[in-house]
Design a protein around this ligand. Structure first.
Ligand code: SF4
Length: 389
């Protein structure tokens, strides 16, 4: 949240929450620290930014170091959450199934990752529920170390099996788990197959971890889905009281067309609650982690430096740069990330399919530009939006 100090043709001077001056440069839709040395150049003359993608740039990224490897160790899951993206209602997404990544696929994925010289290796385990294939996780952890990768390991888990593997988790993994708030909110949509309470499973696993390592509990990352947004105040109180130190990622239910989450029907109540929390965030000198996760991201996006700004040329429309993340599915096919599993860009035997990636990238940009034109979005800042990946 900013206070406007002066407005000029190409930029606006703003004061941020800490009282520091920042500048919003209109031509490239970015916020800069007022001491940023680049501002001299930016403010001297209007920026002439242009959309830019060329094949060399894409190739340099593809052959350059990879950042993160995500392994879909299984498609199997011991939950059937109502809002799960794999529940069959979401177009283009797979449905629940029972595939398990085999060791030879994981081995090839590790070698491919090694060939692409990751600077700070990170390997994440994804599912389904990854702990259902614990044997493979344990194999990948020890093989990666044998190969000299020494990565950070992460896992996203529903915690049903986490008590059983607590010792291993504490020793090796950064853990992200889903927790939507108090029991009656969490259990409303998150459902274990065995009919038990998902909330109890999460809390039981946290206690098992706490008994072994109390400090590890503070490092757990909670992924919070606002499945009952009208009760957002209860969710906030829950996290502020029980987990004030933890990092949170908050998202809303991604609604499929044929899924009606009736809690959204009371939009007015939802908006009122959000507004109340937004004011609390703005007024607070030291907002809670919950409020930071809820509203801080919006500021981060608007102030995010455009890393790919090179010689006043911009990689358009927040498109992900290839090789930021590589997602390997159970069968060994490569995808740009775990959220784009319907797009194949190679496999663990042959590596990346370069020509396919280049042609897909150009096709995407051209379709997106056409769409934006149809929608009447002709202004440059809008076309350069970084809020969508
Ligand atoms: S735990 Fe995750 S993968 Fe499993 S059903 Fe729930 S949302 Fe889907």
């Amino acid at each position: 949240m900013f206070e406007v100090i002066e407005e000029h043709t190409n930029y606006v001077v703003l004061r941020d929450l800490d009282g520091d001056l920042v500048l919003y440069a209109k031509p490239n839709n970015s916020i800069y620290d007022a001491r940023d040395p680049r501002l001299k150049e930016i403010l001297k003359e209007p920026l002439k930014l242009e959309f830019w993608v060329d094949k060399d740039f894409i190739l340099r990224n593809l052959y350059g170091p990879w950042e993160k490897l995500v392994l879909e160790v299984t498609t199997s899951c011991d939950n059937r959450c109502i809002y799960c993206i794999y529940n069959g209602s979401y177009k283009g997404e797979r449905t629940h199934s029972n595939e398990f990544m085999k060791r030879d696929v994981a081995e090839k994925a590790l070698h491919l990752y090694l060939q692409h010289n990751p600077k700070t290796p990170q390997i994440s385990f994804w599912g389904g529920e990854p702990l259902v294939n614990f044997g493979l996780i344990s194999y990948v952890v020890s093989r990666s170390r044998d190969l000299g990768l020494n990565p950070y390991f992460g896992i996203t888990t529903n915690m049903n099996l986490a008590s059983k593997y607590a010792e291993f988790i504490i020793r090796n993994l950064v853990l992200t788990t889903s927790l939507d708030g108090p029991k009656e909110i969490h259990d409303r949509f998150r459902k274990p197959i065995n009919g038990k309470s998902s909330y109890e499973n999460v809390m039981h696993a946290i206690e098992a971890i706490r008994n072994l390592s109390p400090q590890y509990v503070d490092d757990i990352i909670f992924s919070v889905v606002l499945s009952d947004p009208t009760r957002i105040g209860d969710v906030k109180d829950f996290f502020e009281n029980l987990f004030p130190k933890n990092r949170l990622k908050i998202s809303e239910v991604y609604r499929a067309q044929d899924h009606n989450f009736e809690t959204y029907s009371d939009k007015r109540k939802y908006m009122e609650s959000m507004q109340k929390l937004a004011f609390e965030f703005v007024d607070s000198k030291n907002p809670s982690n919950f409020l930071r996760a809820l509203f801080g991201t919006a500021l981060l996006i608007s102030s995010r430096k455009l890393d790919n700004l090179q010689n006043n040329r911009i990689f358009p429309m927040g498109l992900c740069l290839p090789s930021h993340t590589i997602f390997v599915d159970t069968k060994g096919y490569l995808h740009p990330c775990q959220e784009t599993s319907s797009i194949e860009i190679g496999n663990v035997d042959d590596g990346l399919d370069i020509s396919k990636i280049v042609s897909n990238t150009f096709e995407y940009i051209s379709k997106k530009q056409t769409l934006l034109k149809l929608l009447g979005c002709k202004d440059l800042p809008c076309m350069l939006c970084v809020s969508k990946r």
